[in-house]
Design a protein around this ligand. Structure first.
Ligand code: FES
Length: 127
């Protein structure tokens, strides 16, 4: 069992390997992201974790980057590499792939015309 020393880690990329994301190339996305991290010598700066389903299957393949809390959707290997390349900020050409991002008042859905709203986790009280 591996126990990494995470000192110096700047980003944590969560790569979904749930069944929907795997059907949409999750394995290839994982390999591409890890390969790009290695090629750029960013192993100490970016830690990756494969996850099970993140509850956004319609966005498959899903990749999440912390600490900024950016949820990417419809990621293919090429876009995965681009996310690594732009790891210090979300570049303009990646903004269409962002479904959610942490903002001052919490997680916020972006690209609302193209991002599925999803099911409310709790029933909100009717005023
Ligand atoms: S399988 Fe990836 S979000 Fe559900």
């Amino acid at each position: 069992m591996t126990t990494w020393n995470l000192t110096g880690t700047q980003k944590h990329m969560l790569i979904c390997n749930g069944s929907s994301c795997m059907r949409k190339g999750g394995e290839e996305v994982t390999v591409a992201i890890r390969d790009e991290i290695k090629n750029l010598g960013l192993d100490e700066a970016i830690h990756t974790t494969r996850t099970r389903c993140n509850g956004r299957c319609k966005d498959a393949c899903v990749v999440i980057v912390y600490p900024e809390g950016t949820w990417y959707k419809a990621i293919d290997p090429e876009i995965g590499r681009k996310i690594v390349n732009n790891y210090l900020s979300v570049e303009e050409d990646l903004k269409n792939y962002v479904s959610y991002q942490f903002q001052e008042d919490g997680m916020t859905r972006l690209n609302k015309d193209e991002t599925h709203e999803g099911i409310l986790k709790i029933e909100k009280e009717k005023a």
